[in-house]
Design a protein around this ligand. Structure first.
Ligand code: FES
Length: 321
């Protein structure tokens, strides 16, 4: 496993110490160590992984990134199509519950040297960007926030945002469905600005589309679900290096499901390339990467892959399992 997978060894036992209303269908959850002690610092943009009693692993962005915190706060939106993550959080968790939590990992890193930062948020995607905004404030750096939501009732942090002319709010039901003016936002940003976006997949696609001419190191996106279809063409073989067993991956079936069908245990959670739980090292062959977890550089290195959604470009893959 690569270094990121190795990060996953140290889980903390944490107690849910508070649940608060955030917005319609959004609750805020505070977690602390059982003795109330100091927690590993999480940077702005970082997420923690929760291991729920129903067996699911879910990642949520930190809302605050203070040094030496004693609490991690996350916001969780109840997803109408929840497969057990947000539904479980909203319906089953109560204050006092103890969970295993993996300390913060950051794949959505804030460039703190930038003179100006443009934050573009959609719905619950505002949580990591709010965290970045707090950090930029502490550093006295220039920033602007563009936050789009279906309606005012769905928006988080309204009392902090309102009255601040650096925050631009877009509510579908107050603007007759007018969309976020991404082109104008990009055009009016100061030279050298860094751009960050977290929100629904179509918004992320539009955001990336409006910044194609910008240097990639200044464009930062956080995906929480897959943007590409899973690679299900099949018709190739996977060899399991530890046992030498070779298995045919059939059309329409993921590598993950092929492995599970053959009784080979592989950890997984989101099953759509977003969480990193099913990451497997690749010894030989070229994966057809479809996840949003690995960076472009990591994908190009072909040293590991997400077996829930990625496939093979060639006829054979040798995996380190
Ligand atoms: S299970 Fe989440 S990335 Fe594969």
């Amino acid at each position: 496993m690569n270094s990121r997978s190795n990060d996953k060894v140290s889980r903390l036992k944490m107690r849910l110490t508070a649940i608060r209303y955030g917005a319609r269908d959004v609750n805020m959850y505070d977690f602390s160590l059982l003795d109330g002690g100091e927690l590993p610092t999480g940077e702005a943009g970082a997420h923690i992984s929760l291991f729920l009693p129903n067996g699911l692993e879910r990642q949520y962005s930190l809302v605050h990134a203070e040094n030496s915190p004693t609490t991690y706060t996350i916001g969780v939106k109840l997803d109408a199509e929840s497969r057990g993550g947000s539904l479980y959080m909203h319906e089953k968790l109560s204050v006092g519950t103890i969970l295993d939590i993996e300390p913060p990992i950051n794949h959505f890193v804030l460039e703190t040297e930038a003179e100006h930062t443009v934050l573009v948020a959609g719905g619950i995607g505002v949580t990591p960007l709010y965290c970045m905004m707090e950090q930029l404030e502490r550093l006295n750096k220039g920033w602007e926030m563009h936050y789009s939501c279906r309606s005012r009732e769905d928006a988080l942090f309204l009392s902090q945002f309102e009255g601040d002319d650096r925050v631009h709010l877009y509510f579908d039901d107050e603007r007759n469905g007018a969309y976020l003016p991404l082109g104008d936002i990009v055009k009016s940003a100061p030279e050298g600005a860094h751009f960050y976006c977290c929100g629904p997949v179509p918004m992320l696609g539009a955001f990336e589309g409006s910044l194609v001419d910008h240097p990639t190191e200044k464009v930062h996106v956080e995906y929480f679900s897959a943007k590409d279809e899973a690679a299900l063409a099949g018709g190739y073989k996977i060899e399991l290096a530890l046992s030498g067993v070779e298995i045919e991956v059939e059309p329409g079936v993921s590598i993950l499901n092929t492995l599970l069908k053959h009784g080979i245990e592989v950890p997984f959670s989101c099953a759509e390339g977003a969480c990193g739980a099913c990451e497997v090292d690749v010894i030989e062959g070229e994966p057809d990467h479809r996840d949003v977890y690995l960076s472009e550089k990591e994908k190009a290195a072909n040293e590991s892959m997400m077996v829930c959604c990625s496939g093979s470009k060639g006829g054979r893959l040798v995996l380190d399992i």
